[in-house]
Ligand binder design. Structure first.
Ligand SMILES: *[C@@H]1O[C@H](CO)[C@@H](O)[C@H](O)[C@H]1NC(C)=O
Ligand SMILES: *[C@@H]1O[C@H](CO)[C@@H](O)[C@H](O)[C@H]1NC(C)=O
Ligand SMILES: *[C@@H]1O[C@H](CO)[C@@H](O)[C@H](O)[C@H]1NC(C)=O
Ligand SMILES: *[C@@H]1O[C@H](CO)[C@@H](O)[C@H](O)[C@H]1NC(C)=O
Ligand SMILES: *[C@@H]1O[C@H](CO)[C@@H](O)[C@H](O)[C@H]1NC(C)=O
Ligand SMILES: *[C@@H]1O[C@H](CO)[C@@H](O)[C@H](O)[C@H]1NC(C)=O
Ligand SMILES: *[C@@H]1O[C@H](CO)[C@@H](O)[C@H](O)[C@H]1NC(C)=O
Ligand SMILES: *[C@@H]1O[C@H](CO)[C@@H](O)[C@H](O)[C@H]1NC(C)=O
Length: 459
């Protein structure tokens, strides 16, 4: 069965690897410049145009430039041959009821074992239902997964503790793209969440993430619509060198725990040109993450951009070198947030939030070092995750609550080195916006327009 299928799928095409974006087959081979951003979907170009005048450097993503960490996809310029592995040739049926998991798995094995560069293809205009799947590497050569159609989960609960639907494990030089849809079909999970059905115990919260990338190196995820995940939509875990761009992530504002993009123990990440509208954090960055750039993002509804939570259960957590440059948040419960539990250790440091528009955001600027998300109250503890060197620059817009700026730092481990520059937030509707800032060593309000201004007060 395998060899027969294979003979059908041995379609050799010429792929110009000189392109960094979009659809290689359409890019002229002589185009060497990675600045030519040809995004696939019309929606993303709308997004770009909307921001062009607001942030002059909007379209300058760091792809292919600058940081020198193994940008394999951009470095190769020589055209290469790639084999197309089409799931249809492995028996995948897009009839709305057949489980295509096995066909996908067989196609994956073929693609992964190929010593030539391969493209795993999910054809357009079709919807394939799959169950939980674990795409595992390492693969013999670099591979692309081109999702042009829709991949959808069945509406079913899994009764186990695995927390994923589509897993990518142990891959190097891998790319997922194609303009298609990944649909987690999560409503059945939301209905059975303890946050929705208060009578259900929360220990049973094993809802899976839609797409998890675990242990990867040199990964690119671009031009996809990921929607309605049972829980988080996209997780990068234990990865190095990740580029996520032109993504649209959507789920209802009331869907529980449906973070857009979650980054954990991952270094050197660019998340750019994406629109994230979900029921939880737009982007969450937690322990072990370093050198994370978030550029040109639209968020809301949801809980905003979050560093943390950190330090839960007295853990030692580290997050550093995070740049959020160019974001518009509307109707979110938080804007830019750092949250840590009492009793933890480690740090969140060297963080810049700049060029951000807030529209009716409940807590536009917030550091909460007394974060507590447990049923029983968290008691006072001496140790804390150190929050240090955080810059808020060019942040404007409206706050849905009166408290536009809240720095609730730890009494025992105060925040150090916070800078507010050109921050201007007003109250949505009537009333004045306020700032409450406590336990800070080294707080600078720079420029005339820091409003509301924040004055440190120590307990
Ligand atoms: C835009 O980029 C240029 C060149 O990298 C830089 O000099 C300039 O300061 C940037 N402008 C903003 C608003 O970030
Ligand atoms: C996925 O499969 C690989 C190989 O069988 C295994 O090592 C890995 O633990 C699996 N991942 C998960 C999350 O089950
Ligand atoms: C889930 O599995 C556990 C242990 O195997 C079992 O006790 C429980 O009844 C199952 N729950 C459902 C909803 O199937
Ligand atoms: C989820 O709950 C809503 C409201 O009760 C209901 O209309 C819907 O059919 C449920 N969906 C699933 C998949 O269980
Ligand atoms: C935090 O991340 C670091 C670096 O990846 C890891 O070594 C450590 O075990 C993590 N700590 C916790 C509590 O998960
Ligand atoms: C912290 O401990 C609680 C209770 O034991 C557990 O439910 C939770 O998952 C732990 N959190 C982390 C991040 O380890
Ligand atoms: C602003 O946000 C608040 C709280 O989320 C909401 O009640 C209100 O309707 C919003 N106002 C506008 C104008 O969107
Ligand atoms: C800061 O956190 C403490 C401890 O949870 C709480 O009592 C206090 O009300 C908070 N301050 C603000 C301004 O929310």
């Amino acid at each position: 069965m395998m060899s027969k299928a294979f003979s059908f799928t041995l379609l050799i095409v010429l792929v110009s690897s000189s392109s960094c974006f979009g659809k290689p087959r359409k890019v002229h081979p002589s185009s060497k410049n990675c600045n030519n951003i040809h995004s696939g979907s019309p929606k993303t170009s709308v997004l770009i145009n909307r921001y062009k005048d607001k942030f002059p450097n909007f379209s300058q993503s760091s792809h292919c430039h600058g940081h020198g960490h193994g940008h394999v996809h951009c470095a190769r310029r020589r055209p290469q041959q790639a084999i197309i592995i089409d799931v249809d040739h492995f028996g995948a049926k897009a009839d709305g009821k057949t489980d295509a998991s096995e066909a996908f798995m067989n196609a994956w094995e073929r693609a992964c074992k190929s010593s030539k560069q391969s493209i795993f293809l999910v054809p357009r205009h079709k919807t394939y239902h799959i169950r939980r799947i674990n795409f595992t590497g390492p693969c013999k050569s670099s591979m692309k997964m081109e999702i042009k159609g829709t991949i959808k989960a069945f509406s079913e609960l899994y009764n186990d503790t695995k927390r994923f639907w589509i897993m990518f494990h142990n891959l190097r030089n891998f790319e997922v793209r194609g303009g298609g849809i990944i649909d987690g079909n999560g409503e059945i999970w939301w209905n059975n969440s303890c946050k929705i059905k208060k009578t259900l115990p929360c220990q049973n919260q094993q809802a899976p993430a839609a797409m998890t990338f675990d242990n990867c190196m040199n990964l690119k995820v671009t031009n996809l619509h990921i929607q309605n995940s049972p829980q988080m939509h996209l997780i990068f875990k234990d990865c190095v060198n990740v580029k996520a761009s032109y993504l649209k992530v959507t789920a209802p504002g009331k869907s529980p725990n449906t973070d857009g993009i979650h980054v954990t123990r991952t270094q050197n990440v660019d998340i750019t040109m994406s629109e994230i509208k979900t029921g939880d954090d737009c982007i969450s960055i937690v322990n072990g993450s370093k050198t994370i750039r978030v550029l040109d993002i639209v968020c809301g509804p949801g809980h905003g951009i979050s560093i943390g939570s950190l330090g839960e259960n007295r853990s030692e957590n580290h997050v550093s070198d995070v740049l959020v440059n160019g974001a518009r948040l509307s109707g979110t419960t938080n804007g830019v947030r750092i949250k840590t539990w009492q009793g933890g250790s480690g740090y969140a440091r060297n963080i810049v939030f700049q060029n951000i528009q807030m529209q009716n955001v409940s807590n536009p600027i917030i550091i909460d070092q007394n974060y507590c998300d447990k049923a029983e109250p968290c008691h006072q503890q001496k140790s804390a995750v150190q929050v240090m060197n955080v810059v808020y620059k060019n942040i404007r817009g409206t706050s849905a609550s009166e408290l536009a700026i809240k720095f609730n730092c730890s009494e025992t481990v105060p925040c150090r080195g916070l800078v507010l520059e050109n921050v201007y937030l007003t109250r949505q509707g009537k009333g004045e916006a306020e700032a409450k800032c406590s336990n800070i060593i080294g707080l600078d309000n720079i420029g005339r327009s820091v409003s509301p201004s924040c004055h440190n007060f120590s307990n």
